[in-house]
Design a protein around this ligand. Structure first.
Ligand SMILES: NC(=O)c1ccc[n+]([C@@H]2O[C@H](COP(=O)([O-])OP(=O)(O)OC[C@H]3O[C@@H](n4cnc5c(N)ncnc54)[C@H](O)[C@@H]3O)[C@@H](O)[C@H]2O)c1
Length: 386
């Protein structure tokens, strides 16, 4: 197995995977409909921040790494990997059709025996739908589902370190997936496709629930005038069973909420904990704004800086960032919002914000903010500014 194509190859999962494969000597082609991302990579740059990726890109581009918008590049490759987005729609239901349409577009380029790997997070049952779609089209590839579990921005490092879940429609498909991923990581975990679908969704939902517990307790304590961060220390110091107690913070991004909602949809919307977690995590921005309002009185006309607009620390990714929910809420209260983020263009500088803001909400605890000591009322659910 040597030639690999990745559909959705210029996305957040596609790039680290493609670079990892290219770095191991596979002839790897990233296929993506996003022509500006393709141009960017062809120009030797990454469309977003990814630790350790630039060096591999420089070493592999044009040698083992190729990038194109042309779907026909999928033809005659030994393995075709799909990593397109699998969001929920405006009714918060899984968009299974998007994956089906993309795969259907690629059917003419598929051949019997070819390894097809689904790597997007799949709504339970999608694997079998795709298996049947391919059979209906008279195609007999070796179909596998190997969900990605890397952390945004740390993909390169994690691809080589994390255990890889592998599953296949047939023993031959499973064996082919094993052959490919054993070149990337030492530990492979076998599952059925149905187990792999649920395992991925439950992993993300569990993480989302962990944050919700911390956030609910934070809101509960702060509302009753008790400093949650002191409570956190009291509860967790030298107490082994609280070792993994998550800390409060804005729980956002393109995966955790949507995967919790996919699981809820799978379980006929009876995933009470999942929906409760959504209420808590999505409610935190409003709570933070109200807390600042209590400190400042009316927010009307006040300059309020949001430090950190990305969805997580030290990242340039704004997808589904709750800082934008805070911004909206502040604007509804007629505040003048000063967005600050060293990872994004067009933002207010840290110094200007500190010099002019009447109040501050910490949206993402970037390292660049660590040594700041705000002189105006502020809200820091992350505990960066102790
Ligand atoms: N971002 C993460 O850290 C992460 C981690 C684990 C799993 N996942 C899962 O991986 C999947 C992909 O997520 P992502 O964050 O990489 O999404 P993304 O939006 O960053 O990337 C998807 C890419 O697919 C491309 N694309 C969409 N339709 C296409 C088509 N028909 N042909 C060619 N290219 C097409 C888009 O242009 C985009 O570049 C999702 O299922 C997600 O849940 C993401």
């Amino acid at each position: 197995m040597n030639r690999i194509a990745i559909v959705g190859g210029c996305g957040h999962v596609g790039i680290p995977l493609g670079l990892a494969l290219a770095s191991k000597g596979f002839q790897t082609t990233l296929i993506d409909m996003n022509s500006s991302a393709v141009e960017c990579i062809l120009g030797g740059k990454l469309p977003f921040q990814e630790e350790g990726a630039e060096q591999i890109l420089a070493e592999t581009l044009g040698k083992t790494l190729h990038v194109t918008t042309d779907a026909s590049a999928a033809k005659e490759c030994d393995a075709l990997i799909f990593v397109i987005g699998t969001p929920v729609d405006e009714h918060l239901n899984p968009c299974v059709n998007a994956v089906m349409h993309t795969i259907s577009d690629y059917i003419p380029h598929m051949s019997d025996g070819q390894l097809i790997i689904l790597r997007s997070t799949l709504y339970p049952g999608t694997f079998r739908i795709i298996e049947n779609m391919l059979l209906n089209a008279g195609k007999h590839p070796r179909l596998a589902f190997c969900p990605e579990r890397i952390q945004q921005g740390k993909g390169i490092q994690e691809i080589f370190a994390l255990p890889q879940i592998i599953s296949g429609a047939t023993p031959e498909a499973l064996e082919a997936a094993r052959e490919l991923f054993s070149r990337l990581t030492d530990t492979l975990i076998e599952a059925t496709p149905e187990e792999a679908e649920l395992a991925k969704l439950m992993t993300n939902s569990w993480r989302y629930l962990e944050f919700a517990i911390a956030n609910q307790f934070y809101i509960m304590a702060q509302s009753s005038g008790i400093d949650f961060h002191r409570l956190y220390d009291i509860m967790t110091t030298d107490y082994p069973r609280a070792r993994h107690f998550a800390k409060p913070g804005l729980a956002a991004g393109p995966c955790l909420l949507k995967d919790t909602l996919q699981l809820a949809s799978f379980y006929n919307n009876n995933f009470f904990l999942g929906h409760s977690a959504m209420l808590v995590n999505e409610g935190l921005p409003n709570f933070l704004v109200e807390e600042l309002e209590k400190k400042l009185g009316s927010l009307n006309g006040k300059k309020i800086a949001i430090f950190g607009m990305t969805f997580k620390v030290d990242s340039d990714d704004i997808r589904d960032s709750l800082s934008f929910k805070i911004k909206k809420k502040l604007e509804q209260k007629l505040a003048v919002v000063l967005p600050v983020d060293p990872y994004l263009k067009g933002m207010v500088s840290i110094d200007d914000a500190l010099a002019t803001a009447d109040g501050i909400i910490l949206g993402a605890p970037h390292t660049a903010f660590k040594d700041i000591r705000p002189m105006v009322p502020f809200i820091d659910c992350w505990r960066l500014w102790k």
